[in-house]
Design a protein around this ligand. Sequence first.
Ligand code: SF4
Length: 460
Amino acid sequence: MMRTPVLETQRRATLAKALNLALDKRRQSVAEFANWEAMRQRAHDIRAGVLERLDEYLNQFERAATANGIRVVRVATAEEACRYVAAVAKRLGVTKAVKAKSMVTEEIHLNRALEAEGIRAMETDLGEYIAQLCGQPPFHLTAPIVHLSRDEVGRILADKLGVPFTNDPTQLTLIARDVMRREFLTARLGISGANFCIAESGSLVLCTNEGNGRMCTTLPAKEGPRVHIAITGIEKVVPTLKDVAHLLRLLARSGSGMRLTAYTTLINGPRKRADGEESTGPDEVHVLLLDNGRREMLRDPHLREALCCIRCGACSNQCPVYHRIGGHAYKSVYNGPIGSVWSPALWESEQTASLPFDCSLCGACADICPVKIDIHHALLWQRKLAADRGRVPRWQRLAWLAWRVAMSCPTLYNFGSAVARLLLGPAMLNRLGKPWTETRDLPPLAKKTFHELWKEQTPE
Ligand code: SF4
């Protein structure tokens, strides 16, 4: 089982400030609704209902989208998805593409695959762009550089782009905007994810805060991308526009406290020829519906609920472990509590098998989740799967076995705790408690056990 390093103090402080601000804003935003709990339940029912009849909704979406002129392609694996995008790029004869923020494209490592084919995919979400400049994966589902201070961002832009250093957020944004605008206008291929796919109308829904999603997908004819490829998971289908409207009310509020993301774009298909020269949009829209392990998750009754996730990032904001170790420690595209459920399901390995154990099972993630996913129970289930697959070290299994035996025999338990209190002085406790005790001392064991106190304080 791998050991997860903690963040250094300054980085933790930067992260805590940003996450706590998001949580405060969420609290204020959610307080606008007296029926927030009922809204969460309805969101859960919408998403769980989709999973019950997934194929039906996928087929409905495919029919409606195809009628709108969208090419819908089902892809089973990451490699298949990457090959498809590279083939389109080659057909267009392009060596670059502009990309809106998309966790699914991170999941399939699209940028790396395109680079191997001589195609440069440029991130255009500001946070993703800066993460790409310094060669880092996103730190958080919705806030890729939440761990960086503005001084650090200023230094990265100065180093990588050769511009004068500034830490003024407006100036930093203008610098990035200047670079990106040139790329938007000259790129012929735009790539995005999709927050939702609407089955009844065959539309894609894209939520962004910077407008870059629209620049990648719907610039005027003769400018910008002529082909748009959206890559999304099969679980992102939603029956109706009304359902999407409900989910949108919870999505941004839960993640950042905003009532809505600044841009909510509905894409219904390519530019219609009859629209004329002034109309906007690409000539072709392709939608790749990706499986990549999702059907396996769907088959497992303990994991299928995790597919309800709408990627708001609130569970990471709330998670005490995420606050302490940060997103990169998970070594997985999907980090935070829900990432610890998804990652072992998509990529089973020694490293991902250890993720569900980086959790105190406090349940704060499930309490905040806008679609009411029972995240900590899914994490417990992942722990069981890891043990079944032999991913838990022998000494740990023996320790839990001893614990189980002791807990089911009061005499043995009382004897064991008396011996432990005799042997475990503060020095021994701190040695056993490493690495947690490297920066703090564990409190000494109580002089009396709970049982002794209970006996003393309970009248006969
Ligand atoms: S599991 Fe819930 S809280 Fe976490 S990202 Fe998904 S929807 Fe948001």
